[in-house]
Write a protein that binds this ligand. Structure first.
Ligand code: ZN
Ligand code: ZN
Length: 461
């Protein structure tokens, strides 16, 4: 590939990076032999294996942990031995010797990248302030030089020149970049220490520095310790403002956090702008009312809304329809709960047991699968529900016709071609049992199938 040519378009499909160059469509395949797509974990293990063997692969593409790499062999090519500074000046690659590096694969057109860049910039600023020998190098997946320049202007770190397509391609291949944003941390010897840098930065921020396995292990242990001391009061009250109550619909609008001690509590992370919540919130309300009714006066269950709404008016509007409690709008506890429970997607339902310890983060799927029967969400209870479901499934027909689909659907379980899925009928998550179309991958919950008449379609039964 020549230097200085413009990509007029580029995109990822699975592990294949397509780009249009001088009117021709080309593609780089990032797949390794024998590796199934979408399984990052397996891949990383393979990368590590390769690295241990010291394999560098043809043309430097191959081992994620190249044992003989230096910062120069990694980031400089025969045409270009420099990076671009935020001011647009050239910085020699060799000036990065001895630095811990973050390779940041990102693009202007990608909303997840846009969301992550300021988070990374804040971490970068803090580390630079502390005088850490640390640098980030942006490897662009932008569509053209103009969007690259615009995006780079928001970044305080260095970048591989947009014209150096050779390096950008080589680095994406070498580090098995499947999607963006992606952040790879390398130690001063240019060995990969963390391949899931984005997750790490979201979770631990600057505390994760120097991004070694040892540091991350330490942080995980510290987290575990925090979790072992966790109580419902420590989770939901805010000592820094003295708030020891939650919002309620009662006339006083307040309920002490201590009233939840000894109960099973579901923390409902949601927001009015979140469209999957439109379907889940009414379902949760119905389940909530049924559980409460079944309990009568021995009330042992509560839901607490943790809002990610952007303004108070929408919060009030959304909370209005919810029959349960809420963390007051804009309370700083909200952010710390999101981080503590590592909530990435909403709606999300985290279950806390009567002892104040976390039971499961899968509350939403459990409700979708078992409705009110999911209560009290414990492992033992879920196992017995699974057993009951497996029993019931024995009587399910092997094939069914669903009025929402034009192919016959086959009954699958996690062990027979099924697995976690999004139901095409109700848009909610599912796992374990499903009806699946082998032709097009369409999948629905067994309870979401509405029967179509076989005879009308010319079926033989
Ligand atoms: Zn469904
Ligand atoms: Zn189909």
């Amino acid at each position: 590939m020549e230097m200085g040519v413009k990509l007029s378009a580029s995109w990822f499909v699975g592990q294949r990076f397509f780009y249009v160059i001088k009117g021709d469509l080309e593609a780089i395949d990032f797949t390794w032999p024998g590796v199934k797509s979408g399984k990052r974990k397996e891949k990383r293990e393979m990368v590590e294996e390769k690295g241990q063997q010291g394999a560098c692969g043809a043309g430097g593409i191959g081992g994620g942990r190249c044992n003989s790499c230096t910062v120069t062999s990694l980031l400089a090519t025969s045409y270009s031995d420099f990076l671009i500074s935020p001011h647009g000046t050239q910085v020699k690659v060799e000036e990065l010797k001895g630095h811990i590096l973050g390779l940041y694969f990102s693009a202007n057109w990608n909303s997840a990248s846009q969301k992550f860049t300021p988070v990374l910039a804040s971490l970068y600023g803090k580390l630079k302030e502390q005088g850490a020998l640390f640098e980030i190098v942006f490897i662009s997946f932008d569509e053209n030089a103009a969007s690259f320049d615009e995006y780079r202007a928001s970044m305080p770190w260095l970048a591989v020149p947009f014209s150096d397509l050779e390096s950008r391609k080589m680095l994406s291949g070498m580090f098995q970049i499947e999607g963006i944003p992606s952040l790879i941390f390398l130690d001063a010897e240019m060995k990969t220490t963390q391949a899931e840098g984005v997750d790490l930065v979201y979770k631990y921020g600057v505390d994760a520095f120097p991004f070694t396995t040892k540091r991350v292990e330490y942080l995980r242990k510290e987290d575990e310790e925090k979790r072992s001391k966790q109580t419902i009061v420590s989770l939901l009250s805010n000592p820094s403002t003295g708030r020891d109550f939650l919002r309620s619909h009662s006339s006083v609008k307040q309920v002490p956090v201590t009233s939840l001690v000894g109960k099973t509590v579901a923390l409902y992370f949601s927001a009015q702008w979140c469209s999957p919540g439109f379907k889940f919130t009414p379902r949760l309300i119905s389940v909530y009312n049924k559980i409460k009714r079944a309990m009568g006066t021995k009330d042992q269950f509560e839901v607490v809304f943790v809002s990610s709404d952007r303004d108070e008016a929408t919060f009030e509007l959304y909370y209005e329809v919810m029959p349960w409690l809420a963390v007051p709008f804009n309370d700083e506890k909200t952010r710390s709960l999101v981080r503590y429970f590592d909530v990435r997607r909403i709606p999300c339902l985290i279950i806390i047991g009567p002892d104040g310890k976390s039971v499961t983060g899968e509350g939403r799927s459990l409700i979708n699968l078992y409705m009110e029967n999911a209560y009290p969400f414990t492992q033992d209870h879920v196992r017995s529900l699974e057993k009951r479901m497996d029993e019931e499934a024995k009587s399910f027909p092997k094939f069914r016709l669903h009025s929402g689909h034009h192919h016959p659907l086959r009954l699958v379980s996690a062990s027979s071609g099924g697995g976690p899925f999004i139901c095409c009928e109700c848009d909610e998550q599912g796992s374990v049992w499903a009806y699946q179309c082998i032709t097009c991958g369409y999948e629905v919950h067994p309870r979401c199938v509405t029967e179509k008449n076989w005879a009308k379609l010319g079926g033989d039964d």
